[in-house]
Design a protein around this ligand. Structure first.
Ligand code: NAD
Length: 423
């Protein structure tokens, strides 16, 4: 195969370079032809817009907005919108590709996209954020659409942001269009089970992997890094499965209790105090120490680039389930593989969220809402099936679960592209 290799591995990769490394590796193993490789590497569409917004002080400020559709081969593109000062086009392009692989690996009929606005949402008022969001929606009226491209929340955006997009888009379209975004508030057509969906998928992936490793949940310990939406719900659901959660953490530090932390108490503490700071249910350790604890299962559910060449060798867990996006740098993969640690990769383990976003879109289009029990049952089925497919591919190609997940995803998008034809 002639296509150019990505840049050589350096000490620390950013998550996007890590993604490209893995895409390259899986393409090589699949024997993907050069033209398909090049076609899948490049996004279908990158849109950049200038967004003039009247600020509360009466001045006009111009923000830069982006939406990148990486692929729409499997269906309308899906992906979050990020509001952060660091947003730039290259980052959005790579995150959009990530969404393509994630949707393909769980077999939902979506392509991948991502959007972003270069702004600091924490320093802006609600009014400024609303005007910015509505201006962005108007600028993207020909990109977004229930049959075209469906945004969702990401860093710096939330259900309220989605409500503004849905409202502005509906006004422009002249029809109520709840299916143009997911992650909406429940009253506006959000789905039951969406808030818990990512953590629930992490739990299902963990149980599936533990079964393969013949690990008994009742005798197993687990450390969870990050105690936000994904971390706290993963911890709670894993505790309910019988695992002892011996360590949890957030930005304030990590907390260890060899007898197991009471997760309900920790959730209640964070609800009262906004963070785990001052939590008395465990001894204080550092986030680095948490990663290296002698536990059976490790769930990184906070940030990218937590497991790197610097600490991979010190990890003692037998199983890592990636709740966060990109928590392992690609140059640490080899070390974890050599140590025999099973890693359930992010594009599989945390795909419960986008799966229930897909259900939200289905329910909006049906105009009929499912019970939480139905949402959970169907999401669990998707996650179990995806795990089994990836596990089978890892055996067939004799590769890690991570490479196998990319193989499953790339193979699906590549074969669909071939059937549809690349022009
Ligand atoms: P969140 O903002 O709700 O929680 C993040 C948590 O990480 C917080 O507890 C925060 O204190 C903690 N944290 C921040 N810096 C830390 C540090 N240095 N060490 C330890 N903890 C730290 O975010 P979330 O929605 O739970 O997302 C977490 C990760 O999961 C992100 O990588 C996100 O992209 C990914 N993810 C989220 C979803 C979803 O549905 N929410 C879906 C897929 C992937």
């Amino acid at each position: 195969m002639k296509y150019k290799e990505p840049a050589p591995i350096v000490d620390k990769l950013n998550p996007l370079e890590s993604m490209m490394e893995r895409f390259h590796e899986a393409s090589r193993i699949l024997g993907l032809d050069e033209s398909t490789y090049e076609a899948l590497k490049s996004p279908e569409k990158s849109v950049m817009v200038s967004l003039p917004v009247t600020m509360d002080d009466g001045n006009t400020k111009v923000f830069e907005g982006f939406r990148v559709v990486h692929s729409s081969k499997l269906g309308p593109s899906k992906g979050g919108i990020r509001y952060a000062p660091s947003v730039h086009l290259d980052e959005v392009k790579a995150l959009a590709a990530w969404m393509t692989w994630k949707c393909a690996v769980v077999g939902i009929p979506y392509g991948g996209a991502k959007g972003g606005i270069n702004c600091d949402p924490r320093s802006m008022s609600q009014g400024e954020l609303e005007r910015l969001t509505r201006t962005f929606t108007t600028a993207m009226r020909d990109v977004f659409g229930p049959e075209r491209d469906i945004p969702a929340p990401d860093m710096g955006t939330n259900p309220q942001t989605m409500a503004w997009i849905m409202d502005e888009y509906s006004k422009l379209a002249g029809v109520a269009s709840p299916a143009v975004v997911t992650g909406k508030p429940l009253v506006l057509g959000g789905s039951l089970g969406r808030v818990e969906a990512t953590g629930r998928g992490v739990m299902v992936s963990t149980r599936s992997a533990m079964a393969k490793l013949k690990m008994n949940p009742g005798n197993s310990t687990c450390a969870v890094q990050g105690f936000g939406n994904v971390g706290s719900i993963s911890a709670k659901l894993l505790e309910m499965q019988g695992l002892s959660i011996t360590a949890i953490s957030d930005v304030s530090g990590a907390y260890y209790n060899k007898n197991g932390i009471n997760i309900d108490e920790a959730i209640e503490y964070v609800a009262q105090n906004k963070s785990l700071e001052g939590f008395k249910g465990g001894d204080i350790i550092t986030n680095d120490e948490l990663l290296e604890l002698d536990v059976d299962v490790l769930v990184p559910a906070a940030l990218e680039d937590q497991i790197t060449v610097k600490n991979a060798d010190k990890i003692k867990a037998k199983l890592i389930v990636e709740g966060a996006n990109g928590p392992t740098a690609s140059n640490a993969d080899k070390i974890l593989n050599e140590k025999g640690i099973l890693v359930v990769p992010d594009i599989l383990a945390n795909a419960g969220g986008v799966s229930v976003s897909y259900f939200e879109w289905v329910q909006n289009r049906l105009g009929y809402f499912w019970t939480e029990e139905r949402v959970n049952r169907r999401a669990d089925r998707i996650m179990k099936q995806a795990f089994d497919n990836v596990y089978a591919a890892s055996k067939k190609y004799k590769v890690s679960m991570r490479t196998a997940a990319y193989i499953v995803a790339i193979d699906k998008v590549a074969s669909t592209s071939k059937l549809r034809g690349i022009f």
